[in-house]
Design a protein around this ligand. Sequence first.
Ligand code: NAP
Length: 333
Amino acid sequence: MKSLVLDRIKSPLVLVDREVPEPDNGEVTISLSAAALNRRDFWITQGMYPGIRLPVILGSDGAGIVSQVGPGVSDDWLGREVMINPGWHWGDDPSVQSPQFQILGMPHDGTFASHVTVPVESVHAKPSHLDLHQAAALPLAGVTAYRATFTRGHLSADDHVLITGIGGGVATFALQYAVAVGASAFVTSSSPEKIARAIALGAVAGYDYRAEDWHQQLKAEHEPVSLIIDGAGGDGYARLIDVAAPAARIVNYGATAGPPSNVELFKVFWKQLNLAGSTMGSPADFTSMLKFVAQHQIVPIVDHVHPLADGNAALQRMRSSDQFGKIVLATDA
Ligand SMILES: NC(=O)c1ccc[n+]([C@@H]2O[C@H](COP(=O)([O-])OP(=O)(O)OC[C@H]3O[C@@H](n4cnc5c(N)ncnc54)[C@H](OP(=O)(O)O)[C@@H]3O)[C@@H](O)[C@H]2O)c1
């Protein structure tokens, strides 16, 4: 099988021919049509992730057709179009993942390949309104956005929700979910083009987070926001505390811009803010996300499809944050 292997930190991925992995007890092998990138893949290539094991095939997201089943798995799976829940061993507590929690694509070989072998319990039928490229774009970012907005953020139609860094994969799903429930959605971005695309998707307005006073503009033009979904962190986090309405919820799922250096706790407690963290999602979050996406016929925003062999160009696109939505690799190309 064709696979993109990371064998050294800060080195390009290498296209390698390998044996198709045999499914073990309770596993299936999937002949992949597509994989999708997540910022995690980039962090791992840079050595900025705990517990890195090399060499490894990166990639947490994938969709394709079940080509082989291991012992104990029903033959009914064969030939079915499926996608993978990349969050494994969540455990029994819906409020937090277990210490055994793992994400497909390191340490377990991932989806930047023509085939992948995974436990059957991580496999789900492809939503019927999506093609395999769109389905590959959904799992990791889709469930992260679902847990952040609904399970942790309690999003409802009454909310004025602000989503930061709208070019990001998780952020675009959060926007689509907010629009689907009828909330008023606002975005931030470094790009006027991405703000225009967000407005075309249903956002009310967008602001350039590089402008010193963007939060004052938002406050002057609209009601203060009751929910903030943030994947950037960094020094911009202080502006989120400023722009939040009293008693607002701020849910953070990432730190693309690094740690904040200047959080004013006085504002946090005086405004009675609720700061929350969120990571991926439980199996229940994943199935609820699939149900929601099907009910609202949400189609993931695919930014660009690269052939598998161009995986390094795809990673470069993510590194420079040029994308709007998900970057997909055609693994059968
Ligand atoms: N906890 C979890 O389970 C989980 C899951 C998925 C991702 N994450 C983390 O969440 C973050 C986003 O992930 P992703 O895969 O959606 O990433 P992505 O697609 O790479 O998104 C990156 C986006 O971040 C935005 N950004 C960069 N600097 C910013 C800043 N200073 N302020 C506001 N926005 C900024 C940019 O938006 P514009 O282009 O619009 O400027 C950029 O397009 C990453 O740090 C990732 O590691 C965490």
